[in-house]
Design a protein. Structure first.
Length: 450
């Protein structure tokens, strides 16, 4: 199991793309592994034959655990693993008589230079050929519309679809996950399929038994649960079960911010090549407030509350029916312009499916831009193990009582904070929100200069 990021210690094996006895080329994808928010392919360490699969689909294993064993030629084994043990020591029994040496995929003895870590692959970027109906990746021949993402290949395999039958609406006719789901819906409308409930063996559970889900009615569509969606569900349930959530909201007058952005956004877009949004200004205010209130930049352990030295902002990005949380590392060291550039880069790579595992690792505080959807009030769920998450709602014009009873039209925004009550009380959360409010309302142009 390759290391999926600086702080990652384990990975979940989502899907095998090869079978024992199959021949693979060097760097060909062997399987898909997921972190909290990224699904990526594990490449082969060398050309050879898959001798054994050591980890089952769905298993979570530690970094460095062998996940498969390859039989490679002696010369290739020497080139790929100069520091590895002799062939006879790699597994049980005598060395193969044909001059091949087994190599364990994911074994710690494999040098980093010869085995690209997951970070070197482009997660969910559409690499890998389209699968046939059996679900195995085609090794021969060309793909029909270029490469397919792991999510698309999984859907095609699960439903036994011919990739050529699915119209692609992506770039250059690329088939996307939405294309496959739309095709399944059209097929279900034409001839509703019978969905059989899977039979599970007895499992232990700490939760009370629930009523079995009813079978779908005619016309209902059963959406498959992707690995990313399942992981999101697991983490959200974990967060609500382990962290006692409390909520707080403040109203903020963002009129000065609105005026300043309007004055500089044209020159900014000409210089930078992309549109200046409100979010970088709020991120700047959040980083300054976190410096003053470190209890918000913390997490709970049984041994004590850990106050994080660095400020790494997790940014919620919705894309393709999934929620990704890429991270702006050392966000407190960036100006508004630096934050805008980092944000633009992460959002673009999220939507292009090019996030690396390190891009979603190490976050210490999450900012959720729900205002982009027109929301004015939300109650976000904390991203564990963090201690808080801030939602920035939509900026709306409202009549507000200002100096000595005067009513004026102001640009108002609600900031809603979810906090882990184990880590902090309302006083700390309220002080943090008041600092953000003060920074936005007074709006020192030197602090927020663009």
């Amino acid at each position: 199991m390759p290391k999926l990021g600086e702080s990652v210690t384990e990975g979940r094996l989502v899907r095998w793309l090869v079978r024992p006895g199959e021949t693979v080329e060097a760097y060909a994808p062997l399987c898909e592994v997921e972190t909290d928010k990224v699904t990526a392919e594990v490449p082969s360490t060398a050309a050879g034959t898959v001798e054994a699969i050591l980890v089952a689909e769905g298993d979570v294993v530690a970094v460095g655990t062998p996940i498969a064993r390859l039989r490679v030629k002696e010369a290739e084994a020497s080139a790929a693993m100069p520091s590895a043990a002799p062939a006879g020591a790699a597994g049980s029994g005598a060395p193969p008589a044909d001059g091949a040496a087994p190599a364990r995929v994911g074994q710690g003895a494999v040098p980093t230079a010869s085995v690209p870590a997951i970070g070197a692959t482009e997660a969910r970027d559409g690499r890998g050929a389209a699968p046939p109906a059996s679900g195995r990746t085609e090794r021969g021949g060309g793909s029909l519309r270029g490469r397919y993402s792991p999510a698309v290949r999984r859907l095609l395999a699960e439903h036994g679809l011919d990739p050529a039958a699915v119209p692609g609406t992506g770039a250059h006719g690329r088939v996307t996950r939405k294309d496959v789901l739309a095709y399944l819906k059209r097929r279900a409308d034409a001839a509703p399929a019978t969905v059989e409930a899977p039979v599970h063996g007895p499992t232990a559970s700490v939760h009370p038994p629930r009523e079995a889900a009813r079978a779908p009615f005619d016309g209902d569509v059963v959406l498959p649960i992707t690995a990313v969606r399942r992981r999101i569900a697991e983490r959200m349930v974990e967060s609500k079960r382990t962290a006692p959530h409390a909520w707080m909201m403040v109203e903020v007058d963002a009129t000065r911010l609105v005026r300043y952005r309007k004055a500089v956004m044209g020159a900014f877009e000409t210089r930078e090549g992309f549109r200046l949004t409100y979010l970088p200004f709020f991120l700047r205010a959040v980083t300054l407030a976190l410096r003053e209130h470190p209890r918000l930049n913390a997490f709970w352990t049984d041994e004590g509350i850990v106050l994080r030295k660095d400020i790494h902002l997790s940014i919620s990005v919705a894309h393709d029916d999934a929620l990704y949380v890429p991270v702006i590392h050392h966000a407190d060291a960036l100006s508004v312009v630096g934050l805008a550039r980092a944000l633009h880069d992460l959002v673009e790579r999220t939507r292009a499916g090019r996030l690396r595992p390190d891009d979603v690792a190490g976050g210490t505080f999450t900012v959720n831009n729900t205002g982009a959807f027109g929301s004015v009030l939300s109650m976000p769920i904390i991203n564990p193990p963090q201690a808080a998450i801030l939602s920035i709602e939509a900026i709306v014009k409202r009549p507000v009582v200002v100096d000595e009873g005067t009513i004026a039209i102001r640009n108002m925004v609600n900031l809603t904070l979810s906090l882990d009550h184990r880590v902090m009380d309302g006083a700390a959360a309220g002080a943090f929100l008041q600092t953000v409010k003060r920074l936005i309302e007074t709006f020192d142009e030197a602090t927020f200069a663009v």
